[in-house]
Design a protein around this ligand. Structure first.
Ligand code: KG4
Ligand code: ZN
Length: 313
């Protein structure tokens, strides 16, 4: 990995969630400076590049369009091939970004992919042979964090802030419901609604309820999400007899999720893997590593490629 430049988008903070139109505009503003910076930091010339990998989906269409259009122009200008990458597969393949002390997970392995838009348990048989065993029926785990944060008056993205407050709180102080859905599926929208009514009821009695209980609310709410995720992950690992278990996606930056993976892993006899922190939330490095494995297979696409907001594996 020669460079990995990430441009954050502060513009969404005041809205408590990503505003699609603002996201694509920000992408447009950032893409040229970010690519320039990445090339500069890598210490290479544009002419040294042998292919360009880009995210085709899933994601927000307006943002994907910016990336796909840029990749096509870049490829055409330099006369190099294009490689399409699936965003969710790239999160998983972030485990294979070279790292001195880390060993790679062995196929077949399980990956709990948890991000702002997705929550999936994936059976990974090979780099691009992946099967989704279960996924969320409504909100993603990251969304559950972000929406809770909004209700608690914390800025977007709230996941890291809930994580921070939870560290000082009691996870057993309050009780939130765990939804019962299909075998390896999830549902987080009821949890968010239960928090809404829980806060409403308590604020009526005590207007300072949130301020006085923020750490405990965060800890209890976060603990419910983590327990929900592990219930299903453990079930899947036992059912499929898989011993290498991994997590990926933005929510895998969560400190309780990371420590719980170690704890549950020891009990279940798993080999556990977590991508380095900088490759957990969306980043170019994970797209590049997925592109690299496709490059080895000479798996290229033409200039007629279009983005797909709901791209499947
Ligand atoms: O993968 P990602 O960067 O973007 C998507 O593809 O959605 O994931 C972003 C999500 C956001 O919902 C954010 O709140 C969540 O990851 N997140 C966290 C933490 N860091 C990021 N959630 C909980 N705890 C964290 N430490
Ligand atoms: Zn992502």
């Amino acid at each position: 990995m020669l460079s990995n430049i990430v441009a954050g988008q502060k513009v969404h903070e005041q809205y408590g969630g990503v505003v699609p139109e603002l996201a694509s505009r920000a992408h447009q503003q950032h893409i040229v400076p970010v690519v320039d910076a990445a090339i500069k930091e890598a210490g290479i010339k544009k002419e040294d590049i042998s292919a360009v990998a880009f995210t085709r989906g899933p994601g927000l269409l307006g943002s994907l369009l910016v990336g796909v259009s840029f990749a096509k122009s870049f490829g055409m200008a330099l006369d190099i091939p294009l490689i399409e990458v699936n965003h969710m597969q790239a999160h998983i393949l972030a485990h294979f970004i070279k790292n001195d002390e880390e060993k790679y997970p062995q196929f077949p392995f399980l990956c709990l992919t948890v991000s702002g838009g997705h929550t999936q348990i994936v059976l990974v048989r090979d780099y691009f042979d992946m099967e989704i065993l279960g996924q969320t029926k409504d909100d993603a785990a990251g969304e559950a964090f972000d929406k809770a944060a909004k209700l608690l008056g914390l800025p977007y993205p709230g996941g890291p802030l809930v994580d921070k407050h939870a560290k000082n709180g009691d996870p057993k102080k309050f009780e939130f419901p765990i939804a019962s859905v299909g075998e390896y599926d999830f549902s987080f929208s009821g949890l968010k609604t239960s928090l809404l009514y829980f806060l409403k009821n308590n604020l009526e009695i005590n207007p300072k309820f949130i301020d006085e209980n923020l750490d405990d609310i965060c800890a209890s709410y976060q603990d419910t999400i983590i327990r929900t995720l592990f219930n299903k992950l453990v079930k899947a690992a036992r059912q499929y007899g898989v011993k290498d278990v991994t997590i990926a996606g933005g929510v895998s930056a969560n400190s309780q999720l990371r420590s719980e993976l170690e704890k549950v892993g020891q009990k279940e006899g798993w080999n556990t893997f977590i991508p380095p922190f900088q490759f957990c939330t969306d980043n170019g490095g994970m797209i590049a590593i997925a592109g690299y494995y496709k490059y080895l297979e000479q798996d290229f696409v033409g200039q007629d490629i279009v983005p797909s907001a709901r791209l499947k594996f």
